[in-house]
Design a protein around this ligand. Structure first.
Ligand code: NAP
Ligand code: ZN
Length: 350
């Protein structure tokens, strides 16, 4: 088998993993597996839903012992190991028991960093890692969370040219193309962070309406976190959808990315007003700022920031025309390359 062929099978693993909605498996990564015998794929599998069986189990379950013994198992990610809270048996143990001819992985899990590949080799299953960019890129927020133990936080804002957060004349500040990008952003973050203030003011839905968006999967809604002590109406739009809504009356702001990660949310996008946005910046929890600047100037309307927030530790990474608006992205310099740059889909690129 040439390296070129090996790469082709790993790319196939990445391709089938990308059909899966990230919200269906989060905080797990999207994973694909193909089983190859005599140059032919004899089985394949993906991890479809959090808590359900993993890609390797799905790919191997219909095969005989003789077929497996003569086949190479390609996986987009290093197989998992035993953990006390795991919902499914460890795939490295499954492979160790079934003894395929070989195992090849296209990316390493930062938590194990190749230890599970070493374990397979010690247990008489020849296993190796071939770095394949299409596999490394499938689940960038999973990779970020495994490495930092924090959620990636995207501060999302829409503003007028003179920095107002609210449009006194209309519901929306930004143009339809910018709002479409926001829906793609919602489909790619694990959680949407809002506040009682924004829910009471806007009765927002915060769901993913992607009919006109080009994604390879039918995206579902991200979990929502509502910050603040005030009660929201039990019939509020934000509560209408089939998703988890967390109420967070009080939290040390600095702890927010850690709280999110520990609650299975490895990426958060904020959809809130200026008071909350100012607190996020003051607490230094923001990794990335995405702002849509509309070609309007309002005399009235709430301003975005009343306090000074030096952004010296951020750098402008993108500036694009987005419909009638301008889209600007700033990323914490220390966190470059960002998960988007390491991933396959960047929702803000033209
Ligand atoms: N242009 C945009 O992109 C955009 C996006 C979203 C919203 N908005 C606009 O923003 C306005 C709402 O702004 P807002 O100032 O009322 O609400 P906000 O800034 O979204 O939220 C403020 C509320 O968040 C809660 N909170 C919890 N911890 C906090 C902390 N450490 N710091 C600050 N707040 C904390 C508090 O709720 P409790 O008082 O209940 O404890 C506080 O009253 C709306 O008019 C909406 O249209 C604009
Ligand atoms: Zn597994």
């Amino acid at each position: 088998m040439t390296v070129k062929n090996e790469v082709q099978w790993l790319q196939k693993c990445a391709k089938i993993a990308q059909q899966i909605d990230p919200h269906a498996v989060t905080p797990n990564p999207r994973v694909g597996c193909v089983v190859v015998r005599n140059g032919q794929i004899i089985a394949s599998g993906v991890h479809e839903k959090w808590g359900n069986s993993h890609a390797e189990q799905n790919a191997l379950k219909g095969l005989s012992q003789a077929e497996i013994a003569d086949a190479t198992v390609y996986i987009s990610l290093e197989p998992c190991a035993e953990k006390p809270y795991k919902k499914t048996p460890a795939c490295s143990h499954l492979l160790g028991d079934l003894k395929p001819k070989r195992v090849v992985c296209g990316s390493l899990d930062p938590l194990w960093n190749g230890q599970n590949i070493d374990w397979l080799n010690k247990n008489r299953v020849p296993a190796e890692y071939i770095s394949e960019p299409s596999c490394e890129k499938i689940s960038p927020f999973f990779m970020h969370g495994q490495t930092t133990k924090r959620a990636w936080v995207t501060l999302r804002m829409a503003q007028s040219l003179n920095g107002k957060a609210t449009n006194p004349h209309e519901r929306w500040t930004s143009c339809p193309e910018s709002r479409r990008r926001v829906h793609i952003l919602r489909s790619l973050h694990a959680g949407i962070l809002t506040t009682t203030g924004t829910v009471l003011a806007d009765d927002c839905h915060l769901n993913t309406r992607l009919q006109s968006c080009d994604t390879p999967y039918p995206a579902s809604d991200a979990e929502v976190i509502v910050l603040g002590k005030r009660k929201i109406n039990p019939y509020a739009n934000v509560l209408k959808y089939d998703r988890k809504v967390h109420s967070l009356p009080k939290i040390e702001m600095e702890q927010l990315p850690v709280w999110a990660y520990e609650n299975g949310i490895n990426s958060l996008m904020t959809e809130c007003g200026s008071r909350a946005a100012g607190s996020f910046l003051a607490a230094d929890v923001v990794d990335e700022i995405i702002t849509f600047v509309a070609p309007n100037v309002y005399g009235s309307g709430l301003p975005w920031f009343s306090d000074f927030h030096g952004l010296d530790d951020f750098t402008l990474t993108d500036a694009h025309k987005c419909g009638d608006d301008v889209l600007l992205r700033y990323v914490k310099k220390a966190h470059l390359p960002s998960p988007w740059q390491r991933g396959t889909i960047d929702p803000i690129l033209p």
